[in-house]
Design a protein around this ligand. Structure first.
Ligand SMILES: *[C@@H]1O[C@H](CO)[C@@H](O)[C@H](O)[C@H]1NC(C)=O
Ligand SMILES: *[C@@H]1O[C@H](CO)[C@@H](O)[C@H](O)[C@H]1NC(C)=O
Ligand SMILES: *[C@@H]1O[C@H](CO)[C@@H](O)[C@H](O)[C@H]1NC(C)=O
Ligand SMILES: *[C@@H]1O[C@H](CO)[C@@H](O)[C@H](O)[C@H]1NC(C)=O
Ligand SMILES: *[C@@H]1O[C@H](CO)[C@@H](O)[C@H](O)[C@H]1NC(C)=O
Ligand SMILES: *[C@@H]1O[C@H](CO)[C@@H](O)[C@H](O)[C@H]1NC(C)=O
Length: 373
């Protein structure tokens, strides 16, 4: 009888000590991990939103006000893709006008974070990505290093999307050196930038980085060198199609007519499937950074077709678990006048009520992100 209590006291003491250590350790883990955001959670936070044009001009703030962000949030959109034209500046990223750009970008990022909108910064330089010289690679790394340094302490809700899209418009039929055709170059540019951003420290070591697709659409995601993401828990990938909308080119991959029963829906499925496969095979979640429902090149889809496509596409992206940015905010909202557009718009010879289109998108878009992502 005398033994038992003494054993109990000893084991109780041990238990208390172990408990204290595990609590301490647990708290330590919680403190370290509480703010970093997993890709799974980040997809829910991105939800539906818009791509934007503010940083595609030399005077980013000329048509901007914080009210723009508030209005977007009040319509239940939750992300803004801040596409930044690096080609507006020289490769000297210490230049005064680049410092202004960084200041302006910081202002918009802060307004997004304050108003519960996810800011996604992306780089554009169509000439650099089309010719991809060594100087261009060095400048690309320098650009992201400057942006990442400036914003390294911002909330984890800010993400960096390494390419807006890899275009080939600038190289015509001389695209042999472009990042689109040289996935070896794509991989070295991307790998270098991921390392450079992570090395800036602050919250950048666990910030979400969204890689671009080597070929723009989802089918090229598999060309991303796995070494870039396999030991990093905070990597996603961006892809897109229909950035200038569906069209009526017979046999084309973006063909859509009437309610999509004649090939249109099949095209949407074929567009999304490689992204779903990539996520399944590689474990990397994706985001779609630019789509529009109207035919922005030829105006060939009528009002009802635009609405039909929009509703179908939004539903399919929800089924696939891919959050998105609608291209582009200015088509639906006047940033300078701070108001949603209600009047009809003439788009490539087609008169469309984009307000009605947006209401249809809002009608089918995720009201509760948990339903999709
Ligand atoms: C910034 O300054 C550089 C060097 O003077 C110039 O080449 C570039 O056009 C300027 N960019 C803007 C957006 O003002
Ligand atoms: C935004 O979503 C919330 C929550 O689902 C809802 O209560 C509200 O009515 C929505 N606002 C608009 C303008 O649709
Ligand atoms: C924003 O850019 C303009 C020049 O376009 C500059 O005058 C202004 O100081 C910048 N704002 C910040 C916060 O850097
Ligand atoms: C078009 O397709 C949608 C979605 O499948 C469906 O809800 C709608 O009834 C269809 N409209 C017509 C006119 O067939
Ligand atoms: C996606 O994966 C499925 C199942 O493995 C396969 O049948 C299909 O062809 C793949 N699709 C694409 C576009 O690679
Ligand atoms: C466009 O559609 C909206 C409904 O979404 C309506 O309020 C507005 O009056 C329409 N505009 C025109 C010019 O028909």
């Amino acid at each position: 009888m005398s033994k038992l209590p003494s054993i109990s006291v000893a084991s109780a003491t041990k238990f208390v000590i172990l408990l204290a250590i595990s609590l301490l350790f647990g708290n330590f883990l919680i403190v370290v991990q509480s703010n970093a955001i997993s890709p799974k959670r980040y997809q829910k936070l991105i939800g539906p939103g818009f791509s934007t044009n503010w940083f595609k001009t030399a005077q980013p703030m000329a048509k901007y006000s914080e009210q723009n962000i508030i209005d977007v949030r009040n319509k239940n959109f939750s992300n803004l893709r801040l596409r930044c034209r690096a080609d507006l500046y020289s490769y000297d990223y210490t230049a005064t006008n680049f410092t202004w750009f960084l200041g302006n970008l910081t202002t918009v990022v802060d307004h997004c974070l304050k108003n519960k909108v996810i800011p996604i910064i992306s780089w554009i330089h169509h000439h650099a990505e089309a010719f991809a010289s060594e100087d261009d690679r060095v400048a690309y790394v320098a650009w992201w290093t400057a942006v990442a340094n400036e914003l390294k302490d911002k909330d984890y809700k800010l993400s960096f999307n390494l390419f807006t899209e890899l275009g080939t418009d600038d190289c015509g039929n001389n695209c042999g050196e472009s990042l689109r055709e040289r996935s070896d170059k794509y991989n070295s540019w991307t790998s270098d930038v991921v390392k450079a951003i992570r090395a800036t420290g602050g919250k950048n070591d666990q910030r979400i980085l969204i890689l671009g697709s080597p070929g723009k659409t989802a089918k090229d995601l598999e060309k991303i060198e796995p070494e870039i993401y396999e030991n990093d828990d905070y990597i996603m990938a961006e892809w897109h199609i229909y950035a200038s909308g569906p069209n009526k080119k017979p046999g084309g991959q973006k063909f859509w007519k009437k309610n999509g029963t004649d090939k249109g829906r099949d095209n949407v499925k074929l567009a999304i499937e490689p992204a779903t496969n990539f996520t399944q095979d590689r474990g990397i979640l994706t985001y779609l950074g630019a789509w529009m429902p109207q035919d922005n090149k030829d105006g060939d889809l009528n009002q009802q077709e635009v609405i039909n496509f929009a509703r179908y596409f939004v539903e399919q992206l929800c089924n696939a678990g891919v959050p998105w940015s609608l291209n582009v905010l200015d088509r639906y909202y006047d940033t300078k006048e701070k108001r949603w557009l209600k009047e009809k718009q003439e788009i490539k010879g087609r008169s469309l009520n984009m307000s009605e289109v947006l209401e249809n998108i809002r009608d089918v878009m995720p009201k509760d992100a948990k339903a999709c992502y």
